[in-house]
Design a protein around this ligand. Structure first.
Ligand code: 5AD
Ligand code: SF4
Length: 468
């Protein structure tokens, strides 16, 4: 751990605080901020770190992006995400013309792509601060530079070994939290840009992870989501190597912690030890996100996934046998270069055999710099769209049937929020990640309660609380 760097950043926070205070006195009002997150849970957690620093230096939360400091934490896993950022930057430019004090910052995966930064430098001169995924701990320092220097502040690192601990974090939820256990990815699936923008795999020290979770629990957190691109390879590069299952067993011992989730598992690294740890645990949730990507062994090979259809199906069988109530979810890509109708039918076959509780389906998106982008026989759009629609229909039908399998049972549910559409209902999550809506009020948020699942309504349940 780099404590010197932590201290340096706190010094920058002090300095930034001074600038924010002076500016707000000059304007006669507080300065406001808005953090917008694109992409995955990893980004959501990073955004809590950005928010923590903005709060620390004296900005106050704004309702929308008409704020004095707007930051986009970007994603680049599919091209759509990039296009959305450019579109929204146009809108921000309009706001900035009306508010000359506005600062616009961009960070996250998209900024790790050199072409993106070139484009921003050329055509988006109104952006003030640009940084990447490896140096978000320097956020306060970059804010200070923006106060002191003219022109765009740009700081992108290609990779890093550094993990800076103990900086401020502002959690979105009081009762649950993401916890990074590792950063980066070494797998180089041939379609995926993540290894290029998030760098090589680095695991956090178990002591730091445990200390962070204990602190979270003392602060009211009952559920943690352990985050990594490939949690199953946790600990391999530590000074004292340790497996993910061992880490889970250590976390399980933390008193007051009630639920442990994790994401994402790579099928090639999922060990028997982990299955056993899950089956024997009282706290590890009965949910596994196990990205399939394709059901065709041939396509899986070209994707560089390092498992085939048979191995994946055998793994699922083993998991279901050991943990019968498990909720299985997945990611599937349609239209990978060279995918034939037969390959696609193999994917449909796996979907029918596994019967996922839910599946995220994606249309293959060509990412510059990845091996797949250079492959010939990219699939025509209309063929991909047709396969995508067929797949979506199948996964939705199965998802509804799978969700319904717990109807009439009583389940433990962690209450997360007041229902979006009906203020007399609360919304909670079962261990297997299914959603339940039932009568309740705000005082129940963050508590685990027993709920009777009265009726399955497709992808969720309507329930009623069971009096103890
Ligand atoms: N095109 C489409 N989907 C992709 N994913 C990753 N890269 C691509 C791509 N180039 C999907 C994978 C991964 C999820 C997070 O995003 O399914 O599991
Ligand atoms: Fe991308 Fe594969 Fe790494 Fe997941 S495991 S982030 S799909 S390279």
């Amino acid at each position: 751990m780099n404590t010197n760097e932590t201290q340096r950043q706190y010094e920058y926070m002090e300095k930034a605080k001074g600038y924010v205070k002076a500016k707000s006195e000059e304007l006669g009002r507080p300065l406001t901020y808005c953090v917008t997150t694109f992409g995955c849970q990893m980004n959501a957690r990073d955004s809590e770190k950005l928010t923590g620093i903005l709060e620390e230096i004296g900005y106050v939360a704004a309702e929308d992006e008409k704020a004095d400091f707007v930051i986009y934490n970007t994603c680049t896993v599919r091209e759509n995400a990039n296009l959305r950022v450019y579109g929204r930057l146009g809108v921000l430019h309009g706001y900035k013309k009306k508010n000359p004090n506005m600062t616009i910052a961009l960070c996250g995966c998209m900024m790790q792509e050199p072409e993106v930064v070139e484009k921003l430098k050329k055509s988006y001169r109104f952006v003030d601060i640009i940084f990447g995924t490896h140096n978000i701990f320097k956020f306060a320092e970059l804010i200070v530079r923006n106060f002191e220097e003219k022109g765009m502040v740009i700081d992108i690192w290609k990779d890093t070994q550094e993990i800076v601990e103990d900086l401020p974090i502002e959690r979105k939820y009081s009762f649950k939290s993401g916890v990074n256990i590792m950063f980066g990815c070494n797998n180089f699936c041939s379609y995926c840009i993540v290894p290029y923008v998030r760098g090589r795999e680095r695991s956090r020290n178990p002591e730091d992870i445990i200390a962070e979770i204990k602190k979270l629990v003392a602060d009211g957190v009952v559920e943690v989501m352990l985050l990594g691109q490939n949690v199953n390879s946790y600990g391999k590069n530590l000074e004292n190597p340790m497996t993910f299952a061992q880490l889970l067993q250590e976390i399980e011992k933390i008193e007051g912690l009630e639920r442990i989730r994790f994401m994402t598992s790579h099928p090639k690294d999922l060990s028997d030890e982990l299955i056993e740890a899950m089956a024997n645990s009282k706290k590890i949730c009965k949910h596994l996100h196990l990205p399939l990507q394709s059901g065709s062994s041939q396509i899986l090979k070209v994707m560089n996934r390092r498992y085939d259809k048979e191995k994946y199906l055998a793994l699922v069988e083993k998991i279901k046998k050991a943990i019968p109530d498990i909720g299985l979810t997945t990611d599937i890509i349609v239209g990978f270069p060279g995918e034939t109708e037969e390959d696609f039918l193999e994917t449909m076959d796996v979907v029918k055999k596994v019967r996922y509780d839910s599946a995220f389906t994606f249309i293959y998106s060509k990412r510059t710099g990845t091996p797949a982008a250079a492959m010939e026989n990219q699939i025509p759009e209309d063929v991909v769209k047709d396969r995508f629609d067929r797949l979506l229909k199948e996964v939705q039908t199965i998802s509804q049937e799978m969700t319904a399998r717990f109807e009439g049972t009583v389940q433990e549910v962690l209450v997360e929020d007041i229902n979006d559409h009906n203020a007399d209902l609360v919304t909670g999550r079962m261990s297997n990640n299914h959603l339940v809506h039932f009568p309740g009020d705000a005082s129940m948020i963050g508590k685990i309660v027993k709920v009777h699942l009265d009726e399955c309504k497709g992808f969720y349940y309507i329930g009623s609380i069971v009096e103890e």
